[in-house]
Design a protein around this ligand. Structure first.
Ligand code: ADP
Ligand code: MG
Length: 504
């Protein structure tokens, strides 16, 4: 099904180092489940609500309150697992991860350490048109988000907003299969795309609905192969975790900085301390936040308030049957059915809405032409128009399809089509009617074009003499004729007639 070349991982080698070092990266992505209610309460998950207005008693950690699992969150986690070709665990369980923080009123986070709901899967990360890298996903577990402490509203006080407390997150953990900054960013891009196609997370990174903890280590050339052969993490270097990254650009800059930092320490004879670090975008550097906790620091234990989560295969099968066509399949189909390049197909499938729009335009028409018009004209125009979303496009697929039909039938030239597109974009209307009413039809009547050519030749004897010596100057006559006919003359006919007349 997939028309892709798999690239052997090319490790990023850091220039300027004494030795050959390779990067090893593993990502833990927190994706907010797009459910209306929280993981264990009926409180709303609406973003931007009045602080502390979406808080049920159980979210506030009130004594005696019991969590009740939200079935929708489980279904969306299963759907995500299926979309990543992962194993679904029919039995999973919730554990308490204990720590104290003012934005965590329970005193623990309910998570899934020992038995996650989703097991190993994989993501095909796009590294260029038609080139993919396979990155394995180790697991996905469901867990609660924490609230938000606000330290910058008052000089003497801190505030806490519990609206986020208890919102369902999927933690999607990759194997350390990622070998460079670009690949790490591409992994997040692809994961986000799949989640958005599935509708299980809106992927809004600005709102923090998707954020990544980026684990980075470096090792000497050859060590990674040993790790691959044996699965023994001992062959890899000590990692540092860059916390809460929510921009593709910063992910790359942070990894690059971190790799150089680690290499400098190691080449100086030092050792890497395993720790959690924060990336400072203003200074483009990472700095230590805290030493890395181990699982035992959190005193994990099975949550006694919740039964193990058991789901049925038939239910999983129903969810599987409801999966939409995913990006890789859609892109392959666009290449196969419409004859698009891998690049154009990638652009059009980046978002499901773009792909749906394109398919309506291309339906029964020239696919490549439809792709060109959607990518170059429509996307370009929407971008200029305050970055409008395709769902708000003033030009409907039927209207754009109409313009393409007028070009295909030679009723209008490509140049006039651009004017027509602008009219439809700003004023609306049926393209065929506009062409008729405003006299935009292409002149294919050779008699009329011939008359215009004759006139211009007669008026410019000097230019004619020059053009007879240098045929390249014929273009000037073509331009004049196009001008004289208001751009409506069929360019092919004009070219032919000009060449013919100049040769006489
Ligand atoms: P923790 O929960 O303590 O952060 P995990 O076992 O969940 O530890 O691993 C977290 C992430 O770190 C995973 O994505 C894993 O692939 C990655 N990772 C583990 N070892 C390394 C390493 N040596 N270099 C880079 N990434 C690593
Ligand atoms: Mg982890």
């Amino acid at each position: 099904m997939l028309d892709l070349t798999y690239e052997t991982p090319k490790p990023k080698v850091i220039a300027g180092a004494k030795h050959d070092w390779e990067l090893v990266i593993g990502l833990e992505v927190h994706a907010q489940v797009s459910s209306k209610a929280k993981l264990f309460s009926g409180a709303s998950t609406q973003f931007g609500a009045e602080p502390n207005s979406n808080v049920a008693f159980v979210d506030a950690g009130m004594p005696g309150m019991l969590p009740v699992i939200n079935e929708e969150c489980v279904a969306l986690a299963v759907k995500t697992g299926l979309g990543l070709n992962a194993e679904i665990n029919l039995k999973s369980a919730f554990d308490r991860k204990n720590y104290f923080y003012p934005d965590l009123p329970q005193g623990y986070q309910i998570s899934q350490l020992y038995e996650p709901i989703v097991g190993p899967g994989e993501i095909l990360v796009d590294m260029g048109p038609g080139i993919a890298r396979k990155v394995r996903v180790e697991r996905i577990h469901l867990e609660q988000d924490a609230g938000k402490s606000i330290h910058d509203m008052d000089p003497n006080m801190s505030f806490v907003d519990l609206n986020r407390t208890g919102v369902a997150l999927m933690e999607i953990v990759s194997f350390p299969d990622i070998r460079g900054p670009e690949e790490a960013a591409a992994y997040v891009v692809k994961l986000r795309q799949i989640l958005r196609y599935l509708g299980t997370c809106d992927g809004n990174m600005q709102n923090g609905n998707m954020r990544a903890d980026v684990n980075v280590s470096v090792c000497r050339a050859g060590q990674y192969e040993k790790f691959q052969e044996t699965g023994d993490f001992g062959h890899l270097g000590t990692r540092c975790e860059l916390k809460n990254m929510n921009s593709m650009r910063f992910i790359q800059l942070a990894i690059d900085f971190e790799a150089r930092r680690q290499i400098a320490i190691l080449e100086d004879g030092g050792e890497i301390t395993q720790e959690t670090r924060l990336y400072d975008a203003d200074k483009n550097e990472t700095r230590s936040m805290r030493s890395k906790e181990e699982a035992h620091d959190y005193r994990y234990f099975p949550d006694p308030d919740l039964l193990p989560l058991e789901i049925e295969q038939a239910w999983v099968d129903d969810i599987a049957a409801s999966l939409p066509e995913l990006p890789d399949a859609k892109r392959a189909r666009f290449v196969g059915d419409f004859g698009l390049s891998q690049y154009d197909a990638s652009v059009l499938t980046a978002e499901a809405e773009n792909a749906a729009y394109f398919e309506q335009v291309a339906d029964g028409r020239d696919g490549k032409m439809a792709a060109n018009w959607v990518i170059n004209e429509l996307f370009g125009r929407l971008k200029k128009d305050d970055d409008k979303a395709i769902t708000d496009s003033p030009v409907s697929p039927a209207q754009l399809g109409g313009i393409i039909e007028l070009i295909s039938s030679d009723a209008i030239s490509g140049k006039i089509a651009k004017d027509l597109f602008e009219i439809v974009y700003t004023e609306g209307g049926d393209p065929a009617v506009i062409v008729e009413e405003r006299g935009m039809k292409q002149v294919t009547d050779t008699g009329a074009i011939e008359a215009a050519v004759d006139e211009i030749i007669a008026a410019n004897p000097d230019q004619v003499a020059k053009a007879k010596e240098n045929p390249k100057l014929a273009g000037w006559f073509v331009g004049q004729v196009m001008k004289a006919t208001g751009g409506k003359a069929n360019p092919k006919a004009v070219n032919q007639l000009v060449a013919q007349k100049l040769a006489e």
